[in-house]
Write a protein that binds this ligand. Sequence first.
Ligand code: FES
Ligand code: FES
Length: 160
Amino acid sequence: MKKHTVKITVNGKEHQSEIDARTLLTHFLRDHLNITSTNIGCDTSQCGACTVLVNGESVKSCTQLAVQMDGAEITTAANDQISDIEVIKRNFHESHGLQCGYCTPGMVMSSHELLKQNSNPSDDEIRDALHGNICRCTGYHNIIEAVKKSAAEIREGAAS
Ligand code: FES
Ligand code: FES
């Protein structure tokens, strides 16, 4: 099968890879780059466990081909260079917003996108932003708390 050369920046590092045209972005991240925090939770594009940011916008990476990402900047929950992502991850942990953690990387990325656009979201706005992410464990209450705490911390950080 013909291979395609792509240059994709992931979490600030550029990768040049030879890939099949059929390679999904999820598989590129997991199998080519070993970023296994980007999870695959369904085969129907519904669960959001695979959510990453592509050029700053949240995308279900199981719905994209990696060849479409040539030249793109991808951010995943494994990025430890962006302090807001670290704040959100810590608050999911401290607020018990995760149990098995399978949905968490996608939740974190959708929350990060929300908080970049809206620094003080209401509960309904958080629910709306996360409606594409399914959690099978937590009942969502603690996830909402985690996002609200993160929003407050990030606002304080921006103010100080
Ligand atoms: S694995 Fe992508 S939406 Fe479920
Ligand atoms: S923590 Fe288990 S699916 Fe969300």
